[in-house]
Design a protein around this ligand. Structure first.
Ligand code: FAD
Ligand code: MG
Length: 315
């Protein structure tokens, strides 16, 4: 999934731990293959993305379920999250097949191309009965980049649990799924400063079943004529979203945390209320570097900002 995954287990069964990690890692790699739109290995998503428009094709149960969830999230987020941005993402070029030697992008694509693919990605997926789905045009392509990593984290943790592991943390490039405790104390998670890689803006102490997922504009980006271009697109414009530097969502399920952190990144501050209404917590750093949080965050998490005066939480 274009990232490294770390497993940390707290267990008194030294023999079982590596077996559990191997099984969880296999499961996460299985999910990568199932949802990847990169590389040569065929899968149902790639078949769908090249299918004849308006012709339903049957998807495996697991893909059907995640796609239905993604489509529901698109509606709930009022279009801030869209699982059909495959063509636009490819045009921007931030993600690439690891085996291809394509150069990293350094300047934005032509605006007429962006507009055409943006229009093609709007409401372009249709559900039919019994796992069958169709796309409305040739440029409508699925890309689960904003949700499948969360799903893989969630499934990875379930596999650890099925091996009897209760206390663990899985970290997929900063997207984190936690279970239980770190011995006698909570797990301590740092949230990175979006403009200073070596600084942490907040630390959260958490225990139990929780996921902390961040979408930021600082991992896959370039600066062109003084402006930052990055990999999280506003589906309404087809351009990189401009309201946010970093959006962190905390909730039990890692699939939801992943998708909503992307949606919140796109909506900026105005999405923070919906996050709270849905029972999730969030930390948002807006385009000016100001920090905002959901009101529920402090009652649910032990959170400390560094330095404390950085924070402006009114919204
Ligand atoms: P997130 O905010 O979680 O997601 C951003 C990604 O989602 C973008 O890169 C884009 O793909 C998509 N996206 C952008 N805007 C939106 C939006 N508004 N709504 C919905 N989706 C959006 N990267 C590689 O370079 N090579 C690979 O071979 C590769 N394989 C992958 C396979 C899988 C199964 C997955 C899940 C990811 C893979 N990736 C790969 C990484 C992927 O392309 C994304 O860059 C990564 O998932 C982004 O995660 P994030 O947490 O940084 O950002
Ligand atoms: Mg995401």
């Amino acid at each position: 999934m274009g990232t490294l995954v770390d497993f940390t287990l707290y267990s008194d069964n030294k023999k079982n731990a590596p077996i559990a990690i191997k099984a969880a890692s296999d499961e996460m790699q299985r999910i990568e293959q199932l949802f990847s739109i990169y590389g040569d290995q065929p899968n149902a998503i790639k078949t769908f993305n090249t299918s004849v428009p308006n012709t339903p094709i049957k998807l495996p149960d697991e893909v059907d379920t995640l796609l239905a969830q993604a489509e529901q999230l698109r509606r709930k987020s009022l279009g801030a999250f869209n699982p059909a941005l495959g063509s636009l993402n490819k045009l921007w070029g931030f993600s690439r097949s690891t085996d291809a030697s394509l150069p990293a992008p350094s300047s934005p694509p032509a605006t007429d191309q962006i507009s055409a693919l943006q229009a093609a990605s709007m409401h372009c997926i249709q559900k039919h009965h019994q796992n069958r789905w169709s796309r409305k045009n040739r440029d409508c392509k699925l890309d689960f980049g904003a949700i499948a990593k969360g799903y893989a984290l969630e499934q990875g943790m379930q596999v650890l649990k099925s091996h009897g592991i209760q206390n663990a943390i899985i970290n997929a490039g900063g997207d984190i799924r936690v279970s239980g405790k770190h011995g006698g104390r909570a797990w301590k998670i740092g949230i990175r400063h979006p403009r200073h890689a070596e600084k942490v803006i907040a630390t959260i102490n958490i225990e139990g079943d929780l996921s902390i997922v961040t979408s930021g504009d600082y991992e896959r980006f370039y600066i062109y004529k003084g402006k930052r271009y990055h990999h999280i697109l506003d589906p309404k414009t087809g351009m990189p979203a401009t309201k946010t530097q970093s959006a962190t969502v905390v909730t039990t399920n890692a699939t939801s945390a992943d998708a909503w952190s992307t949606a919140l990144f796109v909506t900026g501050l105005k999405g923070i209320e919906s996050i709270e209404k849905l029972g999730m917590s969030a930390i948002l750093i807006d385009a000016d570097g100001k920090i905002h949080t959901t009101e529920n965050i402090e009652s649910r998490l032990q959170l400390s900002f560094s330095p404390p005066m950085l924070r402006t939480s009114e919204h």
